[in-house]
Design a binder for this molecule. Structure first.
Ligand SMILES: *[C@@H]1O[C@H](CO)[C@@H](O)[C@H](O)[C@H]1NC(C)=O
Length: 318
């Protein structure tokens, strides 16, 4: 059983982030860098949401998924970056245990929603490319809506369980988190409760909520690439590939860094590397998504141009 005792009350109430472990001279530079990243991420994702909402011809499952993904990514970077920016600016680098759990809850849930949305998006591309005759019967607005609802509910539900379990932990010191946000493994390391049952439950939940969507995504892409290779004409092949290449890039970036972070063994030298890869999936994935889609995807590109034109005529006319 989980070891519950009342040391919690006399124990630690605040954690201290060590942050990126950068030299202090670099702090203003890193502050500016991450501020720019945060602004570009938020604006880029807001633009995608507006484009999807404002353009009738983007009202199809693929872009509903994309709009929801952008939504998650705004939340996602907002759970980590504002606190990190405040710390870089010379904030006190502490976080109460409660806020730390809350940060993990929001962050972990967004990662969960993201893995499900990426899986749903790959399934959508799989149907469009490998089962085109059944596409309209297997993927319509209603099914799309259900898949999106499942993604949000699952992401938040899995992490409610995890956070409920961590909240039972006692933290008796040290209270230093060698990271720039509250992730699960540094938190678990700081607790003095017996983590064995917790670890078992986390393993089970991550199997259901991360590894299953990962395999769904992975196998969809194997089928997609298999059928694209079979297309005879080069133009046809390029056309089929162009509808899923943006998404494939986002998937690869997200999963490769996520896997590196959670598979790297936790030794002091590798911990630094671990933080750098955490930056990739916590900070750069939400940034990359709008960039990849607005720059590479023709439909989004055209929608962007049309919306800008509309705005221009509106302002010139008034
Ligand atoms: C998210 O998905 C729902 C359900 O399909 C859709 O109605 C909504 O517009 C999407 N949200 C965004 C921001 O695109």
């Amino acid at each position: 059983m989980l070891h519950i005792d009342n040391r919690n009350e006399t124990g630690i109430t605040k954690f201290l982030f060590l942050g990126l472990g950068n030299p202090i001279e670099l702090q203003p530079f890193l502050f500016l860098l991450f501020l720019v990243i945060y602004l570009v991420t938020s604006i880029g994702n807001i633009i995608i949401i507006i484009l999807v909402a404002a353009n009738q011809h983007l009202h199809i499952p693929m872009y509903f998924f994309l709009g929801n993904l952008s939504c998650v990514e705004i939340f996602y970077s907002s759970t980590i970056l504002p606190k990190m920016l405040a710390d870089l600016l010379g904030g006190d680098r502490t976080i109460t245990v409660r806020n730390c759990l809350f940060q993990y809850y929001l962050f972990g849930s967004c990662v969960g929603v993201e893995t499900f949305l990426l899986a749903a998006m790959s399934y959508d591309r799989y149907l469009a490319i490998c089962r085109p005759l059944f596409y309209t019967s297997l993927m319509n607005k209603e099914i799309c809506f259900q898949l999106i609802a499942v993604a949000w509910i699952n992401g938040f539900m899995a992490n409610s369980i995890i956070v409920f379990l961590i909240a039972q932990f006692s933290f008796c010191g040290p209270n230093v988190i060698d990271h720039y946000f509250c992730d699960l493994s540094p938190l678990k390391k700081l607790s003095c409760s017996d983590p064995s049952l917790f670890e078992l439950i986390v393993l089970l939940l991550s199997f259901i909520f991360t590894i299953a969507p990962f395999f769904l995504t992975f196998s969809s892409y194997i089928c997609i690439i298999g059928s694209i290779i079979k297309i005879q004409s080069i133009i046809g092949r390029r056309k089929a590939f162009s509808t899923c290449s943006s998404h494939l890039m986002v998937v690869c970036l997200f999963y490769s860094t996520l896997i590196i972070v959670y598979i790297l063994p936790d030794t002091p030298t590798l911990r630094h590397l671990n933080k750098i890869f955490s930056i990739f999936y916590t900070i750069l994935t939400p940034l990359a998504n709008p960039l990849i889609y607005t720059l590479r995807n023709k439909e989004v590109h055209q929608a962007l141009r049309r919306t800008v034109d509309k705005l221009r005529t509106f302002f010139e006319g008034s």
